[in-house]
Write a protein that binds this ligand. Structure first.
Ligand code: SF4
Length: 268
């Protein structure tokens, strides 16, 4: 599907020609990141926050060693806000793949400043990155699904394993409405691949809920969201989408919709 910021604006659909793709001269305000907020919406968000908080308390109490995978998306700033403002005994970590957009680093700094803390960041093993790049090339992920998944494995999956080591449960900001691959997302599931429980407290939140929460609480967020990037990953593998498109369309856009996961959330 061609985005209204697609071939005409980006210059080409050829992935080889793409670095990070930004729509130029975006004048219109993005309605997805600026939902209408009235008293009904505020009450709804307050109720959803209370439910999420209750669940987070229960997760921490049941499992003890719990960590939140903060992928720095809009959903993740919501969960970060609840965990840090409520002082919940839940660790927060993020993965720095080495290929993130500049705006994501700005968000990390903004979050650290707002909450007076430092995020626990995991990096890929440098030897594995060097071997991959020397063998396959700096942007080899465009050439095949296998090489894309190999890059994601080195830069995301292996660091995630280290981040989850010793934990009994982990938490994500995933929502069911984000993609076809997440349509049946439960709030709680057993993550057999990593051998621990996995929770998705925002599974039933809509995109509007997430942005209403962000606006009501004036949270810092990734500036790319306002430029029509609902889902942000690595810079070379993320692009803007058109209003109405599936929010994951801008991730690995050259691949089939059913293969669009990075290996962090694959069931075994
Ligand atoms: S999203 Fe792209 S650059 Fe990032 S780890 Fe996966 S293939 Fe590599």
């Amino acid at each position: 599907m061609t985005s209204r910021y697609g071939a005409g604006m980006h210059g080409a659909d050829s992935v080889e020609s793409v670095s990070i793709i930004r729509p130029r001269g975006v004048a219109a305000q993005n309605p997805a990141t600026h939902p209408l907020i009235d008293e009904v919406v505020k009450l709804n968000i307050a109720a959803k926050r209370a439910n999420a908080l209750e669940l987070l308390h229960a997760i921490a109490e049941e499992h003890g060693a719990v960590t939140f995978a903060n992928s720095l998306g809009a959903e993740d700033v919501v969960l970060t806000d609840i965990i840090l403002r409520e002082g919940l005994p839940i660790e927060i970590f993020s993965l720095d793949t080495g290929r993130l957009p500049a705006e994501t680093y700005t968000l990390i700094a903004d979050v650290e400043k707002r909450y007076g803390t430092k995020l626990k960041v995991f990096f890929p093993e440098s030897a594995a990155v060097e071997a991959y790049v020397r063998s396959e090339g700096i942007n080899a992920f465009y050439t095949s699904i296998e090489l894309r998944k190999a890059c994601c494995h080195i830069r995301k999956v292996e660091p995630l394993r280290r981040a989850l080591a010793g934990k009994k449960a982990w938490i994500t900001g995933m929502r069911a409405a984000q993609a076809a691959t997440r349509a049946n997302l439960p709030v709680r599931e057993h993550d057999a691949g990593n051998g621990l429980e996995k929770y998705n407290p925002l599974a039933d939140w809509s995109e509007q809920d997430v942005w209403a929460y962000i606006r009501i609480h004036e949270l810092p967020y990734n500036a790319l969201h306002d430029q029509f990037y609902p889902s942000i990953g690595c810079a070379p593998c993320t692009r803007a989408i058109a209003i109405g498109e599936d929010v994951r369309v801008g991730r690995w856009w050259w691949e089939d919709a059913n293969s669009k996961e990075c290996g962090l959330h694959v069931k075994k």
